[in-house]
Design a protein around this ligand. Structure first.
Ligand SMILES: Cc1cc2nc3c(=O)[nH]c(=O)nc-3n(C[C@H](O)[C@H](O)[C@H](O)COP(=O)(O)OP(=O)(O)OC[C@H]3O[C@@H](n4cnc5c(N)ncnc54)[C@H](O)[C@@H]3O)c2cc1C
Ligand code: FES
Length: 290
């Protein structure tokens, strides 16, 4: 199997573990092998505690091959991530990864629209950072993030103008702004400077403002809850642009052995069952939701 020599098992050291509002955490691990091969959209399968036999999958948000580090962002859901949140600097965590096929941005469409909802935000940060470093096209990523709980960063008005944004939609993620990558935020929670609505409605509003030529250069990438991915697929279809989505499924092995994560996908050869862990998690939106 092609992934046999690309997924590694490492005893990763906790280098930092920061807590944010809404039971959200950013965990930084020293995991050299994983850091070397990680790509935007790939994930790690972590042992949250010795007492839990099942690992938990988390998307990689940032990877630094030189420093041998990876970062994940998670929100506590149940027992597994609650136990993970107790890990302290210096603790060790068994880390399996990087797993899965990531996003494949196409240079002929350098206007990359990155749409992340809730805990679907991390792979979008990774993709934005990857595109910032790529030189094979004049990449112009635009990141849109949606959350109903406080964002895991201190939002502030953007210094980068984005034509076509609804009035008052000026809040951004500071780190992206500093990288020169525009970002905008959406929420129903009334956070200042955020678009009031779904992040996919914000995406549609921006796409609606583009002329046909500009639209032909846009490709969309989305990660978040399934309802958001369906909405993203619909928006992409409406505007006739390609869209890649990163799916979430319940996972046992995460290395392709149990087929517990299989989903139905339309392929050019007809319907097929694909494993989200190793065949995905990134798929063409229309093949899944079309
Ligand atoms: C590829 C992938 C990437 C993910 N990336 C992130 C991320 O970056 N940040 C983040 O906060 N969350 C992410 N998730 C969701 C995260 O894995 C679940 O929220 C987590 O497994 C819940 O575990 P728990 O023990 O805290 O909750 P519980 O609900 O107690 O978990 C019980 C069982 O259900 C499984 N489970 C529960 N929810 C999910 C789910 N949504 N997806 C898969 N398995 C689930 C657990 O693995 C466990 O076996 C990702 C999921 C997948 C599949
Ligand atoms: S989780 Fe076992 S095959 Fe995907």
């Amino acid at each position: 199997m092609p992934h046999r020599s690309t997924i590694f098992l490492e005893d990763a050291e906790v280098l930092a573990h920061e807590r944010f509002e809404g039971e959200q955490f950013i965990l930084k691990l020293k995991a050299p092998k994983c850091a070397r091969r990680a790509q935007a959209g790939s994930f790690v399968h972590l042992t949250c505690d010795e007492s839990l036999p099942m690992r938990r999958p988390l998307s990689i948000m940032r990877a630094n091959a030189e420093r041998e580090t990876i970062e994940v962002l998670y929100k506590i859901v149940g027992q597994g991530l609650e136990l993970l949140s107790r890990k302290r600097v210096g603790d060790r965590i068994s880390c399996l990864g990087p797993i899965g096929n990531g996003f494949v941005p196409h240079p002929q469409r350098p206007l990359a629209l990155l749409v992340g909802g809730g805990v679907g935000i991390p792979p979008m940060i990774f993709l934005a950072e990857e595109l910032r470093e790529r030189t094979d096209a004049d990449w112009k990523p635009l990141v849109m993030m949606g959350s109903e709980i406080p964002f895991p960063f201190r939002a502030r008005p953007s210094t980068i103008l984005v034509p076509g944004m609804p009035d008052g939609t000026i809040a951004c993620m500071p780190m992206l702004d500093e990288w020169g990558i525009p970002s905008r935020l959406a929420s129903f929670a009334g956070f200042p400077g955020c678009f009031e609505g779904y992040v996919t409605d914000l995406a549609a509003a921006w796409l609606d403002s583009l002329d046909e030529h500009t639209l032909s250069q846009v490709e969309m990438f989305a990660c978040g809850p399934t309802v958001m991915l369906k909405a993203a697929a619909n928006v992409a279809k409406r505007f006739g642009i390609p869209c890649q989505v990163s799916l979430e499924e319940f996972m046992a092995c995460a290395v392709g052995g149990c087929a517990g994560c299989a989903v139905r996908v339309e392929t050019p050869q007809g319907p097929a069952m694909k494993r989200v862990c190793v065949d995905g998690p990134v798929f063409d939106a229309q093949q899944v939701f079309g």
